[in-house]
Design a protein around this ligand. Structure first.
Ligand SMILES: NC(=O)c1ccc[n+]([C@@H]2O[C@H](COP(=O)([O-])OP(=O)(O)OC[C@H]3O[C@@H](n4cnc5c(N)ncnc54)[C@H](O)[C@@H]3O)[C@@H](O)[C@H]2O)c1
Ligand SMILES: [Zn+2]
Ligand SMILES: [Zn+2]
Length: 345
């Protein structure tokens, strides 16, 4: 079969590789029908995630058809259409029992990281019973691909950790796929204002179409000053960081109101300066974490009811064997006006 393989920093290839087989009785082999590229894959390619070693197939998002199941798999059989979660979980260990699947004893984020991922014709999913979801009849598969990672990430680590409530003023720093997923899922809670912040005017324009009440372009306005004007000097109830650099975390520290929350979603490679000397007196909450995808069943229901349409994040559609071109487009997202690329086998 063909797979997109990491060959060391800056290098990747679409090459012939052995088709995965059942290794443990809890494994499921999935024939990938649709997958996509995540910002995290670009981090890996830069060499930012040294746990990924050369030869690793990338990708942790997608949908497919069950090809084979191990003897212990009870929920799936060959031919079943499935949604692949970016987080693998046994469903039985102490952390799984409290739905903290990100920290499963025998799972967590391993796909396209510690084991071969979904940017291939076939993928082996450990603990298939708990790590796959049946695809409801008539569901939009492109929308479902957004449920592998970015939608649960936005909802769990942005909106839920940030404690977004009805009427809140929410600022989202970063209008990439993850920031946009925060924007879409925050609307479940009817916030009063949704302020999107980015330097890319095209992404801010898209954010308006997706429900942002206000947008602020970094570089053309003083973001902190504008937020203070908009909020009568109070700041925002919830500041959500969806980029992963010190500057954007710092913006969140400056714009959070007394009693508010900072929810960090971005993956950081460098330390940030925590201004505890200013924040201690403000009764704020700071949160961060890795997505557990425990909200996936809930997101599947909201999708079914038409309450949210993550398929609108898809800007490009290519064939799976055009994945090298897709990386080129996704790696130049601002120039190409790209958000999410669907790769169909
Ligand atoms: N916590 C988790 O479980 C989890 C899961 C998935 C992704 N992530 C992380 O979430 C972050 C966002 O992911 P993405 O795929 O949307 O990334 P992305 O790179 O596509 O988007 C980031 C956006 O931030 C904007 N940006 C860059 N610098 C900025 C600045 N100084 N001020 C304002 N905006 C700025 C960019 O223009 C871009 O639109 C990444 O760090 C990613 O690794 C975290
Ligand atoms: Zn991802
Ligand atoms: Zn577990």
């Amino acid at each position: 079969m063909k797979a997109l393989v990491y060959q060391g920093p800056g290098q990747k290839d679409w090459i012939e590789k052995d088709k995965p087989g059942i290794e443990k009785p809890t494994d499921v082999i999935v024939k990938v029908t649709k997958t996509t590229i995540c910002g995290t894959d670009l981090h890996i390619l830069k060499g930012d995630v040294p746990a990924v070693t050369p030869g690793r197939t990338l990708g942790h998002e997608g949908v497919g058809i069950v090809e084979a199941v191990g003897d212990a798999v009870a929920n799936f059989k060959p031919g079943d259409p499935v949604l692949i979660s970016c987080v693998t979980s046994c469903g039985k260990c102490a952390n799984c029992k409290r739905q903290l699947y990100a920290h499963c004893d025998d799972g967590g984020w391993i796909l396209g990281h510690l084991i071969d991922g979904t940017q291939a014709e076939y993928v082996r999913i450990p603990h298939g019973d708990n790590s796959l979801y049946p695809i409801p009849e008539g569901a939009d598969e492109e929308a479902l691909v957004m449920l592998s990672d970015i939608m649960p990430t936005g909802l769990e680590i942005g909106v839920q950790y940030g404690r977004v409530k009805p009427g809140d003023t929410v600022a989202i720093v970063g209008a990439g796929p993850v920031g946009m997923s925060v924007l879409l899922t925050a609307q479940f809670y009817s916030p009063g204002k949704l302020i999107m912040i980015d330097m890319d005017p095209a992404r801010l324009e898209l954010a308006k179409q997706f429900g942002a009440t206000d947008t602020l372009q970094v570089g053309s306005v003083d973001v902190v000053e504008e937020i203070m004007k908009m909020t009568g000097g109070l700041g925002v109830d919830v500041a959500i960081e969806a980029v992963g650099v010190p500057a954007t975390f710092d913006t969140c520290q400056k714009i959070v109101s007394a009693g508010g929350s900072i929810a960090n979603v971005g993956v950081h490679g460098k330390p940030v300066e925590l201004h505890i000397e200013e924040l201690w007196i403000k009764n704020i909450n700071i949160s961060m974490g890795l997505v557990s995808t425990n909200t996936t069943p809930m997101l599947l229901k909201t999708l079914g009811s038409g309450k949210v349409d993550p398929a609108k994040l898809v800007t490009h559609r290519l064939k799976l064997d055009e994945i090298m071109d897709a990386y080129e487009i996704f790696g130049n997202a601002a120039r190409e006006k790209a958000m999410k690329i669907i790769l169909t086998a």
